[in-house]
Design a protein around this ligand. Structure first.
Ligand code: PLP
Length: 281
C-alpha cells in the first residue's frame, strides 16, 4: 500500500526510515489516525487541530503550513486508489545520532494509507467484551503521543481474555480505553470521563457529544466509578476505528441484559449518518 515519508511517496514496505530516527528509537513524536469515508476525510479539521496541539505540547517544531500538509493527505488518498481508508500520520523529532537531548534536525513526517482496519461487524451488532485494567500511563494522556507501551500491554491482556478492549481506571474511576473513550448510560443519560490530562479528547467523543446535543440526550462529563460501570444500563466505547461499539460484558459481569441497548443503537445510527453525509474540507 502507499505511504509517505519526508517529501516522497513510497510503498509502505520500502525501507525509508533510518536507524537513527527518534520516532523509532524514543517514540519521540505524535500521531493521528483519520478515517476517510467515500473519499471524504471525517472531521479532518478536528484531527489536525489535535495533531498541531499534540506537537506543540511536546515542543516539536512542526511548523508546516496547514494547507500544504492537507495537500499531502489528499495526494496520499488519491494515490491509494481507495474510497474508504484509514490514513495514519506521525510527526517525530527527526533524524539524529541517538541522544536524549532535542536534536537540531527537521521533524520527520510519515503517513500510510490502508483499507479500513476491519472490526468484525457482528461485534458492532452484538456488542463486545472488555476487561478492567489499572491505568498505568503517564500524566499527559491528552497528548496523542507515539509512546503507547502501557496501552499495548493492557490491550494484549484484554485480547488474551477474549475481549476487545481494556477499560482503564485510576483511583477507582474510569479514565478511558487503551485506544477508545468510554461511556456509561444510566437512566437515559450519557456519562463519560471529563476531559483532563488523564484522557485523550477523542474526535469520535466530540461527534457523540454533538449527536447527543441534537437528540436532546443529556451528555454528562463526570467521573464514573467501577460500581457505576457494572450497574450501568448500557456501556459503549468510541474511536475512529471502532466508531460506536457497544460493550455488553466487563470481566465476568454482564452489562444490563448483555445485549446492546437502545441508546447505544441510536448513537450508532446517528454516527453512521454523520459518516455518510459529512462533507469535510
Ligand atoms: N483514547 C485513546 C487513548 C486513543 O488512543 C484513542 C484513539 O486512538 C481514543 C481515545 C479515541 O480517539 P478518536 O475518537 O479521536 O479516535
Amino acid at each position: 500500500s502507499v505511504a509517505y515519508f519526508n517529501g516522497t511517496f513510497v510503498d509502505s514496505n520500502d525501507p525509508v526510515v533510518p536507524i537513527d530516527e527518534r520516532g523509532h528509537q524514543f517514540g519521540d513524536g505524535v500521531y493521528e489516525l483519520i478515517r476517510i469515508y467515500n473519499s471524504k476525510p471525517f472531521m479532518l479539521e478536528e484531527h489536525l487541530d489535535r495533531l498541531y496541539m499534540s506537537a506543540k505540547a511536546i515542543a516539536l517544531p512542526f511548523d508546516q503550513e496547514r494547507e500544504s500538509f492537507k495537500e499531502i493527505i489528499f495526494q496520499l488518498i488519491e494515490r491509494s486508489g481507495l474510497d474508504n481508508l484509514d490514513v495514519y500520520m506521525q510527526i517525530t523529532r527527526g533524524m539524529a545520532p541517538r541522544n536524549h537531548l532535542f536534536p537540531d534536525a527537521p521533524v520527520s513526517i510519515s503517513m500510510t494509507a490502508k483499507p479500513f482496519r476491519s472490526i468484525p461487524p457482528e461485534l458492532r451488532e452484538k456488542g463486545a467484551k472488555a476487561i478492567l485494567h489499572p491505568d498505568e500511563r503517564w500524566m499527559n494522556c491528552y497528548i496523542k503521543s507515539l509512546n503507547l507501551l502501557p496501552n499495548i500491554l493492557a490491550k494484549q491482556e484484554a485480547h488474551k481474555a477474549g475481549c476487545l478492549e481494556a477499560i482503564l481506571h485510576r483511583d477507582g474511576k474510569l479514565t478511558e480505553g487503551t485506544s477508545t473513550n468510554v461511556y456509561v448510560i444510566k437512566d437515559s443519560r450519557i456519562q463519560t470521563t471529563p476531559l483532563s490530562r488523564h484522557i485523550l479528547a477523542g474526535i469520535t467523543r466530540m461527534a457523540v457529544q454533538k449527536i447527543a446535543m441534537e437528540a436532546a440526550i443529556p451528555f454528562e462529563e463526570k467521573h464514573v466509578d467501577i460500581e457505576e460501570l457494572y450497574e450501568a444500563d448500557e456501556v459503549f466505547i468510541t474511536s475512529t476505528t471502532n466508531e460506536v461499539m457497544p460493550i455488553v460484558q466487563v470481566g465476568d459481569k454482564l452489562i444490563g441484559d448483555g445485549q446492546p441497548g437502545p441508546m447505544t443503537r441510536l448513537l450508532q445510527r446517528h454516527f453512521q449518518e454523520l459518516t455518510t453525509t459529512t462533507v469535510s474540507a
